[in-house]
Ligand binder design. Structure first.
Ligand SMILES: [Mg+2]
Length: 195
């Protein structure tokens, strides 16, 4: 049934997953480089019935490095380049050493919980794709399946992939993560049935 098919979502970290990460933060449009194959990968997920929800820490706002408006402009550009396929965009502007602690900031999970509630999706039907340990920790607080892209991050030393308990799968980039999601969620054929 259609409405059942829509009850699933992929939560996407932004920097290092959708766009190339940079050591000194990404907030200028000129630095916002969408990674190869990302628009097509998002399209494949949408075609398979997934909601697409961006969940991104943007503590550069708390640090005074950039503004809410700059984050919004980057998102607008991302949507333009990806055919408007993203359903929701949550970002956490806080940092405990600069303004306040926040349950939105990963590794806490409030952004994910907002997405689950907004679209009525069940955690068991959801995935998160991220490039840092705190992405995986946040996802596991909500019992999502995870795909870890260890080479995505420019700002963090990736934990050893094979030893990371929060990573259900590993991928080199988002297109490979999408292949994993689609293969894992493909319905199993019953005997004598061709899917
Ligand atoms: Mg990241």
């Amino acid at each position: 049934m259609y409405f059942r098919a829509m009850q699933k979502a992929v939560f996407l970290d932004r920097d290092g997953v959708l766009n190339r990460d940079r050591v000194n933060y990404v907030y200028r449009l000129a630095d916002f480089e969408i990674l190869p194959g990302v628009p097509q990968a998002l399209q494949a997920l949408k075609a398979a019935g997934y909601r697409l929800i961006v969940v991104t820490n943007q503590s550069g706002i708390a640090k005074g490095l950039y503004t809410h408006q700059e984050v919004a402009l980057c998102y607008e550009y991302l949507q333009q380049q990806c055919g408007g396929q993203i359903d929701a965009h949550y970002y956490a502007p806080y940092h405990p050493e600069y303004d306040s602690a926040s349950l939105s900031r990963k590794p806490d999970s409030l952004m994910i919980e907002k997405g689950l509630a907004r679209f009525g999706v069940k955690p068991a039907q959801c995935w998160l794709v991220g490039d840092s340990e705190r992405d995986l920790v946040a996802a596991k607080k909500c019992h999502l399946r995870t795909i870890y892209i260890p080479e995505g991050s420019a700002r963090f030393v990736p934990p050893a992939p094979e030893s990371h308990p929060g990573a259900d799968f590993m991928a080199a980039h988002l297109p490979q993560a999408v292949e994993i999601i689609l293969a894992q969620d493909r319905p199993l054929a019953k005997p004598g049935q061709n899917l």
